[in-house]
Design a protein around this ligand. Structure first.
Ligand SMILES: O=P(O)(O)OC[C@H]1O[C@H](O)[C@H](O)[C@@H](O)[C@@H]1O
Length: 319
């Protein structure tokens, strides 16, 4: 019997275009057959570039950023672990630098995997490529190992899709005692002009304003508009509601940020004076970027011996 919805025959997998992954000494480049690409430096497992098929860069990296491992990379997606901001005194992280050690340690490239298109036209090739990076206690510098002597393993996965990028972290406690940590993805989004965007879905949410001595505030405006130095840590957000960076001209989404297991979100822009004081950031570059940073930073995650914890973000470009 002829089936009217008989599926078309599936092409031979070996002949399909595949994602390309190039391993350099200090970074990994990957691209999809459709032209999208991503670059990840081993230093900090920092994603430094995410381009759409049009070649349009989605992430901001300062022209003054250090890419030689002498300093955390100013831009892209630095990984913040196991502490966010200046470590508190009298805590196990107190001897670590600001934002911990993940962004200034060398990670190992663990390999790639890819998933095939689930659409009808499998001839288009693979829909995504996943790059996995690992960092464990044994890989830390002596200084960091001394400052935070827990046994841990991190696997950071970077997945490139056609219109989005997912970054996720799995933290494993490989020791025999619990430890506490914070985690955040310090995403620098590239925008045309800071004055032409607004950030939605934060209405009436409580945040800590780090520019005003950590004052706790609530903003009832329908969207966050950035017109001065901004360093706001939003807390306890509904994980199911994406954060939207929209054009203030036509309200079209420029980026939508989906969070998994990350209830806090920092919004940061250094503005004029702070930009001038940063040696690895151009004086006028604050206009081309906004940091939208999903994290778990308002309290400590406690991870028991041999336990694991996972979380992630997906950034979708455009609609
Ligand atoms: O200069 P960094 O150590 O990279 O930190 C850059 C920024 O990171 C976060 O967004 C913090 O909330 C800010 O307080 C900090 O200034």
């Amino acid at each position: 019997m002829d089936r009217s919805n008989k599926p078309a025959s599936i092409g031979v997998a070996a002949s399909l275009p595949q994602p390309t992954v190039t391993v350099h000494e200090n970074r990994i480049d990957a691209s999809l057959p459709t032209g999208e690409s991503v670059t990840v430096y081993l230093y900090g497992a920092t994603v430094t570039s995410w381009k759409l098929a049009t070649g349009e860069e989605q992430l901001f990296v300062s022209e003054k950023a250090h890419l030689d491992g002498s300093k955390p990379i100013r831009g892209g997606i630095p990984v913040v672990f196991p502490v966010f901001g200046p470590p508190p005194k009298n805590h196990a992280t107190s001897s670590l630098p600001q934002h911990g050690f993940a962004r200034n340690s060398y990670w190992e490239f663990l390999g790639k995997s890819s998933s095939e298109s689930l659409g009808n036209d499998t001839r288009k090739g693979d829909d995504s490529v996943v790059l996995d990076f690992g960092l464990s206690s044994a890989m830390l510098s002596e200084q960091f190992r001394k400052a935070w002597s827990y046994d841990f393993g991190l696997v950071y996965s970077v997945t490139l899709f056609k219109d989005s990028l997912r970054t996720s972290l799995r933290v494993q406690n490989q020791g025999n005692q619990p430890f506490e940590f914070q985690f955040l993805m310090h995403t620098y989004l590239r925008i045309k002009d800071i004055l032409s965007i607004r950030i939605k879905n934060l209405q009436s949410k409580t945040y800590v304003d780090k520019t005003e001595s950590y004052a706790v505030k609530t903003d009832s405006s329908p969207a966050v508009v950035i017109m001065r130095e901004t360093d706001s840590v939003y807390q306890s957000l509904d994980p199911n509601v994406p954060i939207i960076v929209a054009s203030s001209e036509d309200d079209n989404p420029i980026f939508s940020i989906f969070r998994e297991g990350l209830d806090d979100l920092t919004i940061w822009n250094p503005w004029v004076e702070k930009a001038k004081g940063m040696s690895d950031f151009g004086d006028d570059e604050y206009r081309q970027m906004v940091c939208v940073e999903p994290g778990s930073v308002s309290c400590w995650q406690t991870l028991d011996a041999e336990d694991a914890w996972e979380s992630g973000q997906t950034i979708r470009s455009g609609h």
